[in-house]
Design a binder for this molecule. Structure first.
Ligand code: ITT
Length: 192
């Protein structure tokens, strides 16, 4: 069975990616800890392609990468591509978004997830993007998930991403949606 390297260093993302990919019967391998691919793209898709290609070429295996982030309407799409670099840790990143939105009644936001699957030679076999719209809360809620999940609220469910079960997050989230789009192609693809 061909190996697919999950090209992320983010443990929260890794958990979700492994859960989504688990049913495919692929042999999953973690990205080497010291392998860092520069995210120099200008879009989520470009960065997902760069990470998947770079890890595939460096390891000689198929690789799947996710580039994702939070875009806040009132902050003109920030933190966007810089979501991981917006502050030092998750708590500080959440605090920065909340303080930048303080007193602002416009709370609309979306999470975006780009996924790319690269062949061992680095060429891209599959790619897609999923979006989930919601609102930024005034204070964190919930213990689950990772990253900005405690401040991202889904009005139709009345819960933040951090209050959802992993199954609910899979149905509604940007990453879950991207996976749902690629699932038929994942099931068809021959990894050799
Ligand atoms: P890799 O590049 O190694 O995968 P990263 O954390 O640097 O890890 P990104 O550059 O794609 O990944 O940054 C995405 C950031 O967006 C991530 O660090 C989170 O802060 C945030 N993010 C993405 N998806 C999220 C989700 O489902 N819930 C909460 N925050 C999320």
């Amino acid at each position: 069975m061909a190996t697919v390297v999950v090209a992320t260093g983010n443990p929260g993302k890794l958990d979700e990616l492994q859960a989504y990919l688990g049913d495919l019967g692929w042999h999953l391998q973690l990205k080497p800890g010291d392998l860092e691919i520069a995210e120099t793209g200008t879009t989520f898709l470009e960065n997902a392609r760069l990470k998947a290609s770079g890890v595939a070429q460096a390891t000689g295996h198929w690789a799947i990468a996710d580039d994702s982030g939070l875009q806040v309407d009132a902050l003109k799409g920030a933190p966007g591509l810089y979501s991981a670099r917006y502050a030092e840790n998750d708590g500080a990143r959440i605090a920065r978004v909340l303080s930048e939105l303080e007193g602002n009644v416009e709370r609309g936001a979306q999470f975006v997830c780009a996924l790319a699957l690269a062949r061992p030679d680095g060429t891209i076999a599959l790619e897609t993007q999923g979006i989930c719209r919601g609102e930024i809360l005034r204070a964190p809620r919930g213990q689950g998930g990772f990253g900005y999940d405690p401040i991202f609220y889904l009005p139709q469910l009345g819960q933040s991403f951090a209050e959802l079960s992993p199954e609910q997050k899979r149905i509604h989230s940007h990453r879950g949606r991207a996976f749902q789009q690629l699932l038929p192609a994942f099931q068809q693809i021959r990894l050799d």
